[in-house]
Design a protein around this ligand. Structure first.
Ligand SMILES: NC(=O)C1=CN([C@@H]2O[C@H](COP(=O)(O)OP(=O)(O)OC[C@H]3O[C@@H](n4cnc5c(N)ncnc54)[C@H](OP(=O)(O)O)[C@@H]3O)[C@@H](O)[C@H]2O)C=CC1
Ligand SMILES: CC(C)(CO)C(=O)C(=O)O
Length: 289
């Protein structure tokens, strides 16, 4: 029996906690900021439900073997406040967030060697506390390592695609390419179908190409064809899909501007790569925060 604690039961955290709860060889508990009754996720395979133990105070927490953090990047310091109550010296932390700085966000609070970064690709939208629509398949990639193998094993009985990669850096940057373009939806308040406008697709391609240039300077292995592949896939996807930074703006929450576009500008500057389109997205989104 593996005890897994999930911190941040929103669109991603709620979906993953509900899936993990379908496997009776785990006990799943949830550290929440806002209390709720039960989880219900409309998945492509049908509706799944779970009633994990939900707590909002650290006095109610128990030590877990795995702590899965799925808060927004800007809530990382607050999420880390749970670690004292959830972790002992054997606990591993898995960071299910977008961006390329999973470890950097949590190493001020936890031993670096027990932090596992997770690239998660899963379009999920929260309609209310504990109510989520999982619009597509879940893919997760972790670095090849003993902890990575353990993490993959948590999902062995579930229909999720979870794998280890010898080149996690490339997987994370490839995902950031997609997310960098998602800023356009947050700026315009238009769902994913806006990519079908030719001028917008061209703008998104430019944003992604800047991301690719910085990714390569950081050691990822991506070429310019990634931009066309991402735009083609977005065009084929559902037009009404709302990405998570767009959802944040609609809900009046802070946005992951720094984790998704700011990081491209910051690291671009470090390598002498100019990133005007990502700078523009950062300025526009910061101006409406
Ligand atoms: N949604 C998506 O489709 C995808 C999102 N991602 C990434 O996954 C990460 C999570 O995104 P997403 O699930 O959309 O975000 P949500 O805003 O839906 O969920 C975040 C959750 O974290 C909770 N939270 C915040 N602070 C704390 C805290 N201190 N303790 C406990 N819980 C806390 C929030 O509480 P409250 O309920 O009070 O708001 C909320 O339930 C982000 O990095 C995002 O970029 C990656 C792939 C796809
Ligand atoms: C674009 C998407 C849905 C892909 O998983 C995502 O990462 C997000 O909404 O933040």
């Amino acid at each position: 029996m593996t005890h897994i604690a999930l911190v941040g039961p929103g669109a991603i955290g709620g979906t993953i906690a509900t899936w993990l709860s379908q496997d009776s060889s785990h006990t799943v508990s949830v550290a929440a900021r806002t209390a709720f009754d039960g989880l219900e996720v409309a998945t492509p395979q049908g509706v799944i439900r779970a009633s994990p133990r939900v707590f909002t105070r650290s006095e109610e927490a128990q030590i877990a073997q795995w702590v899965l953090v799925a808060t927004k990047a800007y809530d990382s310091a607050a999420a880390a406040k749970w670690f004292g109550a959830l972790c002992d010296d054997r606990t591993h932390i898995a960071v299910l967030q977008n961006g390329v700085e999973h470890i950097e966000r949590f190493e001020p609070y936890f031993p670096r060697e027990r932090i596992l970064p997770v690239m998660i690709d899963c379009p999920a939208e929260r309609s209310g506390p504990g109510r989520i629509r999982q619009r597509g398949a879940i893919h997760m990639v972790v670095p090849e390592s003993a902890a990575g193998a353990d993490f993959v094993d948590l999902f062995r009985n579930l229909p999720l695609d979870v794998s280890q990669s010898p080149d996690f850096r490339t997987a994370a940057w490839r995902k950031l390419c997609l997310n960098s373009a998602g800023a356009v939806s947050a700026v315009t308040l238009k769902p994913a179908g806006i990519v079908r406008h030719q001028g917008v697709a061209a703008l998104m391609r430019d944003i992604i190409r800047e991301c690719i240039a910085v990714a390569c300077a950081e050691g990822a292995r991506l070429d310019d064809s990634v931009a066309d592949t991402i735009i083609d896939n977005m065009r084929k996807g559902p037009a009404d899909s709302i990405n998570s930074i767009h959802a944040d703006r609609l809900a009046g929450r802070p946005m992951e501007v720094d984790a998704r576009n700011g990081v491209i500008v910051r690291l671009g500057r470090k390598h002498g790569i100019s990133t005007p389109m990502n700078s523009l997205m950062v300025s526009l989104l910061e101006s409406v925060q």
